[in-house]
Structures are given as C-alpha cells and as structure tokens.
Design a protein around this ligand. Structure first.
Ligand code: FE2
Length: 379
C-alpha cells in the first residue's frame, strides 16, 4: 500500500487572498430524473430528506417540475420535464436519471463567471439576476465534465424559502431525518485518459489544488482498476475526486459507468454524518441497499487502523469500512447504484480527524463492486 504523502492542509497551499474563486459551500445538487414526484418520495422516505420547495405548473413554470429537499446543509433538486422534447428530456434520454448541476454558493456570481470564463471555462449561463418579493439572487454557470454544469449562486440579498420562482412545499408526509449533514465530496467519472485534463480544468479554471492521487498500482490488478485524483478548492470546503478507468484483468467499474451513462458524469455523492452507525441503521431499515463487505475484512482491520472509539460489532454488522491517515480515521460505506442504470450511488462518511478518502478500503470495496458487476454480466 502506498501511503498518502500529499499535504492535506490546503489553506497553506492556496492563501485565501490569492483565491480568485472563493466558494462558501455546495449550494444544491440538481438531478434530472424521469419522475420527480416519485423520486422525491424516495428521498423523503428512504433517506429522510425534508420537503422544502416546489416549482411547476402551479407556480407558473410550464416546461418542468422541481421538488427541493433538504437535510441539514444538503439540498437536492429533483427536476422532470413536462414537455415532449427539450434539453431535460435529451439529458434523461442519454444518461438516465443523473446529476445535472453541482451548484456552488458564492458571494459574487458575476465575478465567479468572469474569473472562470477568462481562464477557459465554457459558459453555461451568463450572469443574470432573478427577483421576487423575498429579494434577489444572481446566477451564472459554467460547463464541466460530460453534460454536468456548475451554477454559481449568489444569495446574500435573498430571504425566501429557497430561490425565486419556488414556493414553500409543506406536505403532511415528513419521515424523520437520518442524520445526514453536508456534502463531503462529489466524485466525477471521466473517460479513458481524461482524468488529467479535468484535474487541470479544476486547477487552472477554478483555482483548485490536488490533494491526493491513486493509481492502478494502489490496488491489485486482480480487481477492477481505476485512477483517481482529488481536487479541492482553496478553503477545502469543496472536494471533487476525478476517476478514469484503468486497464485491469476485469472491466473497470468506471468503464461500466461510462457505458451506461453514455459519457462522463457524477459517480457518487458522499454525505457526512456525525453518527454513521445510527445513520446507516436507519437507512437500511428504510430500504437503502449497501455494498456487501466480506466478514473477513473485520478480522484484520484493527491491525491496519489501530484503536477506534466505536465497538467493532455494530460496524461489522452494518458492513461499515474503516481507514486511517496521519490526522485520524474515517468510517465509510457505499450504497449500490440508486438508479436503474448502474451509474450513480451514495457514500455515507463519518470523519474522525481523517481528511483522506478511504484508500485503504479500495481492495475490499472493489471486490464487492466486482461481485455486483458479475451479477450484471458487465465484468
Ligand atoms: Fe468518495
């Protein structure tokens, strides 16, 4: 196993004064889906997201319907088209359900657009101001890998429920939250030999720095191979690992994703919790399916990671993985794909000091993914 020797202290790498794209956090993640009403029910009932806002025919929108859900700092928008063609239909036709927008919360959406487009970003949306009785929001946007986009959201002059054009959505049905708190990182899968191109995009266009890299030597060639680099913005609030397929004896899980998504896109969203045992217990009770981890993983895991605060028994029962770096340890677990196509999934993560991404778990994880691919006949 190669050890992480990269600095995880990004504040020292990118002084705040030199950060031309200060990001305050993830504003929302928007998925284009075939049936937003039913998807919203799934994220409420299975994941404990709370209803927040709605836009559609009743609010004067004619071509789409959007449900907004939140859990602590995480906001999801689920959007479906109401017309027969148009860009949302085209996106769903090509990719199935998937992430269209990773929206970033900024102080100045106009400057964010200017700074990124002058460094080579392709504009998705020129800066525009949208107002309603609760104030105004400035948006702008740029394209990233595949058909995925970043929208910059400047909301400092807005006091409404969510964004202009949305009304509060307050149904009676409100299953309890499951303890999910914020987006820890969002991972992109890109095509063969495209990882460095997109890492350079985040470095040059958005001022990100590289935190960590893994290559195919980090994992046994017996398993489905990939290469990965983690890019982070200056204050470390936004982390985007980028994966590309690598040659192995079996078909790369990244290649399987690219085949079914028809190109690059978001592979997984990692959601943080302060109590992974409670969160995963609740998610499992509500029907969320996780990757299976062989019980033998727990025979040796403490030799590798040392002392941890939690009892091993509940971690083993739930299949929660453990990894350690120089600064602490982390607990993590991955769902099976949550869509019909084997594309997007979720990670649940609890950080106890560690700032890394669970490289020590790759092998156990890949064995598990490989079993799933075998069942799908795509290995
Ligand atoms: Fe992850």
């Amino acid at each position: 196993m190669i050890t992480d020797n990269t600095s995880l202290q990004l504040e020292k790498v990118v002084p705040a004064a030199d950060d031309f794209l200060p990001l305050l956090g993830t504003d929302y993640v928007e998925l284009y889906v075939g049936n937003a009403k039913q998807a919203a029910h799934y994220y409420q009932s299975a994941w404990g997201f709370q209803p927040l806002a709605y836009a559609g025919l009743e609010t004067g929108v004619r071509d789409r319907v959007s449900y907004v859900l939140e859990q602590d700092k995480i906001r999801l928008i689920l959007t479906s088209p109401l017309d027969a063609d148009g860009p949302i239909n085209a996106h769903i036709n090509a990719h199935g359900d998937g992430v269209k927008v990773i929206a970033l919360w900024v102080d100045d959406a106009t400057k964010s657009w200017q700074e990124t487009t002058k460094r080579g970003a392709v504009s998705y949306m020129e800066p525009r101001t949208v107002e309603d009785k609760d104030g105004k929001v400035v948006y702008s946007g740029i394209e990233t890998y595949g058909e995925t986009v970043h929208i910059f959201v400047e909301r400092k002059d807005y006091n409404g429920t969510f964004l202009p054009g949305y009304r509060a959505w307050n149904p009676e049905y409100k299953p309890t939250p499951t303890g999910l708190r914020y987006v820890d990182h969002m991972v992109g899968n890109v095509g063969w030999n495209e990882m460095n191109k997109w890492c350079e995009f985040y470095a040059k266009v958005m001022g990100f720095a590289q935190l960590v890299s893994f290559d195919d030597k980090d994992i046994s060639t017996e398993y489905t191979a990939l290469m990965s680099k983690v890019m982070s913005n200056g204050n470390g609030r936004i982390k985007f690992p980028i994966n590309e397929p690598a040659e192995g004896r079996k078909k790369s899980q990244i290649e399987e994703y690219i085949d079914f998504y028809n190109g690059a896109g978001v592979q997984h969203m990692a959601l943080a919790t302060d109590n992974i045992i409670e969160t995963v217990t609740a998610l499992k009770e509500r029907g969320v399916e996780f990757l299976y981890v062989p019980e033998t993983y727990y025979d040796t895991v403490l030799d590798r990671v040392g002392q941890i605060d939690e009892d091993l028994a509940p971690l083993k029962k739930l299949g929660i993985l453990i990894d350690r770096d120089d600064e602490g340890y982390l607990l993590q677990l991955f769902t099976k794909p949550v869509l019909d196509r084997p594309t997007m999934f979720f990670e649940i993560i609890q950080r106890k000091g560690a700032k890394s991404f669970g490289k020590g778990n790759f092998q156990a994880l890949f064995e598990s993914i490989e079993r799933e691919q075998e069942a799908r006949g795509t290995l």
